[in-house]
Design a protein around this ligand. Structure first.
Ligand code: CS2
Length: 486
């Protein structure tokens, strides 16, 4: 069976949407770090829209910071891939042509630095997951003791971290008399622009104070809110698409119809004239907070409770009315902490969110969302709890989501099945739980992790009592009986 590529593009069924521009005329104004499924289904589509609209400056050089997997999927396909939008019976396929090249950073660090320092490059976008920023999740400070940060603090010829690549490339641009690029974090971090900027300035100052000052003065790190549910692609997805297209596409991504990108109006160079789905605004924080606390907060709660119950997919968890009541209850608690932007109708947003979670054709795995909880909890659940505590408000549902995360760290689900806790702090949580038998001891062991729980919150008796009560119930009755008894 042949592969999707420039040569086979003409053989696709007419129903498949294709680029309307000549790919050979495209300049690569964007370098993307972290070419996972999310980038391919989100930012790359918006840049493809710009190219379709005739502005040919916005092609993408994409980089993987670790493995060659995506390069091996995309390069034989000339960088082409399908975005498959699924909802109910409807399924739309669109071929994206925006990615011109995929680099694998560790194989040739100089090539990636050169691409970022190229005069055509105006924007560097990042989807490197929360842990890729090398920041303390609770405080946002650079993890100076991390071995990769330490390596990048000493030498940047072969950077180990994304902030390291940004500093190395910005140094080359400064030396060449070029303007910096606009660096756009597209990860679900609170104040992601500010956090990325802090990481870059901190690391730059370790090398060259004048460089750090130049980046601070001339550079731009807009805040963003990114939203699109993009489950990991499975072999079955690839086989089903092949049956439909007549060619194999190993780089396909599947996603939902919904997509949104809110970007702070803070660019230091050319700004694409984005089309529908992108909002440029002065204040991103209210959007970001609403999204992190409602969508991502509920997602994490569903992932841990569902995962403990042995339920594989988000929509299956929500088949239980008790799970829907839990989500609505968590949203009631979270909504009261928000200062939503005037354009955001929170009631409608919640209604639409539930429908997005119910999308059964996506097959979004609870395990995928459960990953890296230590990096996600602070902005999704803990900050919301802190706001409510300060006002003397209840935290029942939020605390249940956190207690479910605590039980998840035990690596055994309610049926006694073992799984691997996929988290950069998994060794630490396992060590802390070692010998902690009672719910009290387990809660105390995990609440003591300052990178996740601010000490004042961890010391609050209301938090401790709520977590112990929920964890006790989760451990003795299981996740399903716990939510049914709420
Ligand atoms: C999810 C997000 O995996 C996760 O942690 O909560 O990836 C979520 O699907 C996106 O943020 C939706 O925009």
């Amino acid at each position: 069976m042949s592969r999707l590529s420039s040569a086979t593009l003409g053989d696709l069924p007419d129903t498949v949407e294709r680029s309307r521009y000549d790919r050979t005329d495209v300049k690569r104004g964007v370098v993307h770090l972290g070419i996972g499924a999310f980038h391919r289904a989100h930012q790359a589509v918006f840049f493809d829209d710009c190219l379709n609209a005739g502005d040919l400056r916005w092609g993408i050089t994409a980089a993987s910071l670790r493995s060659p997997t995506v390069r091996e999927q995309m390069t034989p396909q000339d960088g082409l891939y399908t975005v498959l939008v699924r909802d109910g019976a409807s399924e739309q396929a669109r071929i994206i042509g925006a990615v011109g090249e995929v680099l694998v950073a560790p194989e040739d660090p100089a090539a990636l630095i050169a691409a970022m320092a190229h005069p055509d490059t105006h924007i560097v976008t990042l989807t490197i997951t929360e842990k890729g920023y090398k920041l303390d999740p609770a405080t946002g400070a650079l993890l100076a003791d991390d071995p990769q940060v330490a390596a990048d603090s000493a030498d940047l010829t072969a950077p180990q971290t994304a902030p390291g690549y940004l500093v190395a490339a910005l140094a080359v641009r400064k030396a060449a008399g070029l303007a910096p690029f606009t660096a756009i974090s597209c990860d679900n971090l609170p104040h992601n622009g500010r956090r990325l900027r802090n990481a870059v300035l901190d690391l730059a100052a370790r090398h060259d104070r004048a460089l750090a000052e130049w980046i601070e003065r001339e550079g731009a790190f807009p805040e963003t809110m990114v939203d699109r549910i993009v489950p990991a692609t499975t072999d079955a997805d690839i086989a089903a698409l092949e049956a439909r297209l007549g060619v194999e596409d190993r780089a396909m991504v599947k996603t939902e119809p919904f997509t949104q990108w809110v970007i702070e109006d803070c660019f230091c160079g050319p700004r694409p004239d984005f089309g529908a789905g992108v909002q440029i605004t002065a204040a991103v924080a209210p959007w970001e907070e609403a999204k992190l606390r409602l969508l991502n907060g509920a997602h994490s709660g569903i992932a841990y409770l569902g995962g403990l119950a042995g339920i594989d997919h988000v929509h299956e968890v929500l088949e239980n009315p008790a799970a829907r009541r839990f989500v609505e209850g968590l949203w009631d608690e979270a909504e009261a902490t928000l200062s939503p932007p005037p354009e955001l109708d929170v009631a409608a947003y919640r209604y639409d969110l539930m429908a997005r979670f119910d999308n059964s054709t996506l097959m979004h795995r609870t395990r995928q969302i459960a990953m890296d909880g230590s990096q996600k909890l602070p902005q999704r659940l803990v900050a919301t709890i802190a706001t409510r505590l300060a006002r003397g408000e209840g935290i029942t549902m939020l605390a249940l989501a956190v207690a479910a995360w605590m039980r998840w760290q035990g690596a055994l689900d309610d049926r006694g099945a073992a799984y691997v806790v996929d988290d950069p702090m998994a060794a630490l949580t396992a060590e802390r739980l070692n010998g902690a038998v009672t719910a009290e001891a387990q809660v105390d062991a995990l609440l003591g992790i300052e990178a996740i729980f601010p000490p004042a919150l961890a010391a609050d008796p209301v938090v401790r009592a709520a977590l112990i009560g929920h964890l006790e119930s989760l451990s003795t009755r299981g996740a399903v009986a716990t939510i049914e008894a709420l």
